[in-house]
Write a protein that binds this ligand. Structure first.
Ligand SMILES: CC(C)(COP(=O)(O)OP(=O)(O)OC[C@H]1O[C@@H](n2cnc3c(N)ncnc32)[C@H](O)[C@@H]1OP(=O)(O)O)[C@@H](O)C(=O)NCCC(=O)NCCS
Length: 352
């Protein structure tokens, strides 16, 4: 897809309808498996694989920790299917490779398209550099084609064909002392002045901010629809998907709304999900919790006030990660956000 002026919009390649029937071959000793995220024991296996192999920072002190509640939420949205949760096992059944896709509808310019949202590509550390990733990707692509879906979106920290966009992560430390204790990347010295400047106001600024409930889903969908009008690429959520991605879930997802005072619907929506990080080899700290901004839509409230309130609501959490397209520094500067990671780009895959 390309969207610049004078360029043609449309699929990168038109599917030819041919789909390979047999799974791709794996080396001897490895087998494919389809994984069911509603099975607690399977979820536990995926959590273990990802927690031990997904990420670790450069000096091996922080490692992403996956919880069953979080994974179930991400892996099993409405329409999920086991075929798209693709595992590789050793003969002894140990899970050593994983890649997942879930169905999603996207508005792409003037059309709506069903795509696969790819996530969690992971190969066990001991099996790296053996070209297992391309096989996982090819096999998942085959399974996605089998369902008549020919496009997918994913994000990656590396630039892969064909990038659609890039975005940057902005972090706002909430517990500066703890973060500097554990050497959180990108933070400067823990001085008294910084502690003072990072303190959040005790009182809520946004009048009427409250937790989103099931009854708010139609209003939230209206807000999302208006917010994304004119955008070249945006989610097209059904009411069931909106419930899944917005209704609060303990320790996973929080969503808040503001209702118009004259009763004409919702004016603002903010939501964030929580991920945890294991702190390795530290005498005091074991875990960090990070709140990641999902949606932030304001029509009546100052966005800075709403995000500041959200920072307070994220409470025990350590930092709020805002995934911004383009350079959001100016808008968020009053909140003392900092750029932490380099670009992470939503990308598309199509026939390769
Ligand atoms: C990413 C990961 C699966 C790559 O495994 P690996 O053993 O280093 O690489 P393999 O030998 O299996 O495959 C190498 C190929 O995979 C590609 N590749 C690497 N990372 C990739 C990614 N994130 N998405 C798609 N392809 C990727 C490489 O470009 C290379 O292909 P090329 O030779 O055509 O350029 C592995 O490092 C891992 O599990 N990392 C932790 C989790 C993670 O970062 N996942 C990606 C999230 S986007």
């Amino acid at each position: 897809m390309s969207g610049g002026e004078g360029t043609k919009k449309g699929p990168i390649m038109e599917p030819d309808g041919r789909v390979r029937q047999d799974p791709y071959s794996l080396p001897p000793g490895f087998t494919w498996d389809t994984l069911d995220p509603t099975s607690p024991s399977v979820l536990k296996e995926i959590c273990l694989l990802l927690s031990l192999n997904f990420t670790e920072d450069d000096d091996n002190t922080l490692r992403r920790h996956f919880t069953p509640e979080y994974l179930k939420w991400v892996l099993a949205p409405p329409g999920w299917q086991t075929q798209w949760l693709c595992g590789v096992r050793l003969t002894n059944k140990k899970l050593v490779g994983f890649i997942a896709a879930s169905p999603a509808n996207l508005h792409i310019h003037d059309s709506e398209r069903k795509v696969a949202q790819v996530n969690f590509l992971c190969v066990h550390r001991k099996l790296r550099q053996k070209r297992m990733s391309p096989v996982l990707i090819r096999e998942l692509t085959r399974r996605v084609y089998q369902q008549g879906v020919y496009q997918a979106v994913y994000t990656a920290p590396v630039v892969l064909p064909t990038p659609l966009s890039t975005c940057r992560f902005w972090h706002r430390p909430l517990s500066l002392r703890k973060l500097t204790d554990v050497n959180y990347p990108g933070l400067r010295l823990n001085t008294k002045l910084q502690l003072k400047l990072n303190r959040l106001p005790e009182l809520q600024k946004t009048a009427g901010l409250r937790t989103l409930t099931r009854e708010d889903i139609p209003g939230a969908l209206d807000l999302l629809h208006t917010h994304f009008l004119g955008s070249g690429l945006s989610p097209a959520l059904s009411p069931q998907e909106a419930e899944h991605w917005l209704l609060p879930k303990e320790n996973v997802l929080d969503s808040y709304v503001v209702e118009a005072s004259h009763g004409t619907g919702l004016t603002d929506l903010v939501s964030f999900y929580t991920v945890s990080t294991q702190v390795l080899n530290h005498p005091l700290h074991r875990q960090l919790r990070e709140a990641r901004l999902l949606y932030c839509i304001t029509t009546a409230t100052d966005p800075v006030d709403l995000i500041e309130d959200t920072l307070r609501l994220a409470k025990a959490e350590v930092s709020l990660r805002h995934q911004g397209l383009g350079d959001g520094r100016d808008k968020l500067q009053p909140l003392r956000v900092g750029l932490y990671e380099s670009h992470l780009g939503p990308q598309t895959i199509q026939r390769k």
